[in-house]
Structure formats: structure tokens, C-alpha cells
Design a protein around this ligand. Sequence first.
Ligand code: PGA
Length: 253
Amino acid sequence: MKKRIPFICGNWKMNTTVEEGVNLAKALKEQTVSEEVEAVIAPSFLHLYPVKEVVDGSSWKLSAQDMSSEEMGAHTGEVAGEMIQGLEIPYVILGHSEARGRGQSNELLKKKLERAFALGLKPIFCIGEDESVYEEGETISFVLNQLEESLGSIPTEKWKGMLFAYEPIWAIGTGKTASAEDAQKVAKEIRRWIHEKNGKLGEELRILYGGSVKSDNARSILEQEDVDGLLVGGASLKAEEFGKIVGAGVFHE
Ligand code: PGA
């Protein structure tokens, strides 16, 4: 058994029309999810409401892919945390490298984290290095700096229920996966960082790996002691494949 309940999240990114997304959600709903894993899907904002109608009453949960750092108001084109909260969606991905690539800084992400905490939303906070940082062997210090700058000064009692997702940028959508050992090495350091801030949360909070996860590598990554789940992009767009990945999170005694 894993120490923490495995959390497997499918990040649909900017994929599928609403109709295709609803059909994908229906296909996922037909698959029974073991109580031993938490299965989540993160469709685009436009999909959240209709997909919620499909999965309500099943074991599938939902996450948003981002949210504004601002309160509800005059911010054309943005989506407020209040809207996510109003739909009773528990999770929100923050700091995905694709969003960081569009200009989201550690400082802005701090504001988003604070906003999410204020609304009772649980962030899935993404961190990860690019290829040059990886090749220089600076991954750990880079990732811990991202954590420190965005989260380090937010009181730890607010962090309850949040998740961390280590996603090396060079592994996202490329077919290159970090080795299970590398994923473990970074997850362990992230856990050590959390532990230093708050020992109890260091034991409790879940750390995910993301980057070219497929049904054939999911299990070996999930077997790592400090990896408590997966953030899955491309492979979450096929119901059968994603169902297998969720199944890889079931550990019997
Ligand atoms: P990928 O994406 O599985 O397609 O590499 C992962 C992610 O970006 O969360």
C-alpha cells in the first residue's frame, strides 16, 4: 500500500470540443475507479460545467486548469476562482509550465495560490526545470527556488490538501520521461522542503510526477516512495489508456 492515496489527474489542456469532451467523460465514467485511488480530470474552462453534469455522482472528480489571481470583476477573458468554487470543483492546476511559458511568474503564482487558498480551492502546484537546467544538474535548486518564491512565505496551515506536481519541461509532450529514479529523487527533495516548513504536512501532502506518462510507465513511477500520483497530458485523452493509468495507482497489500 502507498502511504498516501494515489492521485491521478488527466490534464486535457486545450483539447477536444465540448461535445468530444463530454463523450470522453462519459467513456471514463463507465470505468469503475477503485476507492484506493483519487481520479481527476482537468478539462478546459468551457467544458467544466457540462463535464461536471456527466461525472457528478461518480468517483471522478474535476480540476480547473488555471484561474485568475484577481477577485471577480472587470477582467475580460479571465476566469475567477469564485466561478470554480461556485461549481464545487475542488482542484485547480497552478503554475503549469505552459502557463508559465505565457508569462506567469513566481510572483504572480504566489497571488494565485493565495487566492485559491482564500477560496478553499486546492491547488495542484506545478514546478519543473527546462532542459538546460537539467543538463547543468541544477534541477533541485531550481525547483526549490520556484517553491520558495511562490509558496515559501504563505503560512503552512493554508496548504492543507494542496498537491505538488513535478513536471520537467523537457519531458512534457515529448515522449521523453524522467526515469522513475529521477522522479523519486526530485520528489524526495520536494518532500524534504515541505517537511522543513511543516513536519506533519511533509508526511501528508501528495507529490505528483508529470511528463510523457503512459500506461506502460505509470506503474514504475508510482512505485517510487515519494511519488504519490501523476499528472497526465496526452495519454489522458483516450479513455481506455487513461483508465489503465488510473488502474496503475491501485496498490494492494
Ligand atoms: P504530457 O503532459 O503527459 O502530454 O507530457 C503532461 C502535462 O503537461 O501535465
